[in-house]
Design a protein around this ligand. Sequence first.
Ligand code: TYD
Length: 212
Amino acid sequence: MTDQQLPSYFLTFEGIDGAGKSSHIGAVRDHFVAQGRSVVVTREPGGTPLAEALRHLVLHDSMDPLTEALLVFAARRDHLLHVITPALARGDVVICDRFTDSTFAYQGFGREFPLAVLEQLEQWVQADLQPDLTLWFDLRPEIASVRLAGARQPDRFESEQLAFFGRVRAGYVARSQKYPARFVRIDGEGEKHEIWQRIDTVLAHLAIDHHT
Ligand code: TYD
């Protein structure tokens, strides 16, 4: 990093399907662009041609939980190498729709796949890289499922039962307890503009030092 370069910032969006996270990504990008930052918006699984191909398999093909975990981490590896790490090295703001917290929540808690194996994969794939900030959109699964209903053809995760999303939500609670410094819970209940107000308050309090 040169003296003039702004510090990179890695921000992730998390939450159960239907919690409403994706609809605020554009406004968060605009917030950073207005500050003169270069912003990369991306998603997981996905963000590179290979990772998008793996995403299609993970969302639509049946497979055992280990295969699923390996594929999301394989997609993450490619995404990190080709998009996230270079962007952070340039000093960009990277906004990623889902990251490893999704793997712990969905594969670990939702599918009840051993967390110790996920921790090992996490270490191999990303070493100690963690987001600087994780906006966790928290909504009761009963409400989220109403929002999802009829939206479109459900994928392998969206078609899961309420109990699955109850476990996924518990996974997010566990991750937020493990990483309290980077996790911010956004109450996902209410109108879109009310939820944006909650996000805006968090962004206003971000202490990003522009001159380190
Ligand atoms: P999502 O990000 O909600 O995108 P869309 O709004 O287009 O459906 O969908 C991605 C799905 O992938 C979501 O159901 C969670 C799942 N997922 C995992 O199971 N593990 C992971 O590690 C990641 C990143 C996502």
